[in-house]
Design a protein around this ligand. Sequence first.
Ligand SMILES: Nc1nc2c(ncn2[C@@H]2O[C@H](COP(=O)(O)OP(=O)(O)OP(=O)(O)O)[C@@H](O)[C@H]2O)c(=O)[nH]1
Ligand SMILES: [Mg+2]
Length: 218
Amino acid sequence: MPDVRTVRIEQKIQEANDRIAQRIRNLRHQYRLPMIDIQGSVGSGKTAILEYFAEKYTTTHKLLVINGDLATDIDAQRIGRFGSTCLQINTGRGCHLMAFQVEKALEEVNLEDYGFIFVENVGNLICPSSTDVGADKKITVTSVTEGPYVFQKHPITFKMSQLAIINKIDLAPAMEIVVDELIKGANDLYPQLEIIPTSAKTGAGMDILAEKLGLKSQ
Ligand SMILES: Nc1nc2c(ncn2[C@@H]2O[C@H](COP(=O)(O)OP(=O)(O)OP(=O)(O)O)[C@@H](O)[C@H]2O)c(=O)[nH]1
Ligand SMILES: [Mg+2]
């Protein structure tokens, strides 16, 4: 009889991650602290959106931001200049944040001091979608500069997201994108997905987004 065994490493890593993610949820519930995990392509505007929120909504909520980036703290510095606390995690070669990294970051602060947590995940549309970091919601930022096929090309990411942002709508004419058509195509593919068009540059759609996320009262 051949000695053949399957070592299910990935499953075990995933299970360990999910246990930590649940611990983070339990901890947040004690403090009634919402947490949103923002994923999206490199350059889609995740940091620009968080800069906008940090500037505009710090009076309503004290924001805590956890930034995942391969090597720098540029994004944390950009958001932090508006007064929010930003915890930078450098992942090296890691293409997404894991729950143990977020849990470690949360140990750095007194959670009583905050009213809302954002996670800016490492920029790419593939890896972050499969890993739970203990947030209430995963949302996805895409932008018109990514072209007309992004929703078709990333089915897992958009199936696992409750909300997608189409950012940089100020650049839609230059990109020859008709935003309403992009939204309709995405709605046909992912009926569960709520889609909000925004421009972090002009502020278009940003208050609607803030309201949806629970940052702004209606
Ligand atoms: N015109 C326009 N530019 C934008 C908008 N949002 C972001 N940008 C610009 O796009 C570039 C990338 O934005 P970031 O916010 O750094 O993108 P990101 O998703 O955080 O990128 P990574 O963290 O590298 O994955 C910056 O130069 C922003 O100023 C927008 O709505 N309109
Ligand atoms: Mg960024």
